[in-house]
Ligand binder design. Sequence first.
Ligand SMILES: [Zn+2]
Length: 163
Amino acid sequence: MQRKSILASIVAILALSVLGYSAWNFVKERSAQSCKACTRPVHSHMKTVAVLDGKREVYCCPACALSEHQQSGKQVQVVELTDYLSNEPVEPERGFVVRNGDVNPCLQHHPAVGENNQPLQAHFDRCSPSVLAFQDQKAAAAFAGEHGGQVVKFSAFASEFQR
Ligand SMILES: [Zn+2]
């Protein structure tokens, strides 16, 4: 009888610690998925990884990662982009971006539209205009055809931020 209750307590303790561990992991996972620069939640299809001062950091979009250089003066190197359509990682040297398109998941609210149909720019937003990454130039061009914006090689886009 005694043995049984000891066994039961051990099982209960084990179950609790597994539960606690997964809860802790969940919290850790959540906090790892907010943008280093603007603390927005990182959308998985826009995830951008950059090395800042030798540390790997996760950003919500390429623009946010690159603007870190202008904001902090530190060296930023983007080491991984995510294809907006497939969610697959993209090597920055091979990637393309569509900027100024009308899709910007970073902005949770649509910009207010003024009488002349121009969006009102209330305040500076480092994630605006939108910058989405693509693995494939054709896919990027097709996306831009539908949503507006220009297709630019990521390397060319990134060099604009290094000035
Ligand atoms: Zn951000």
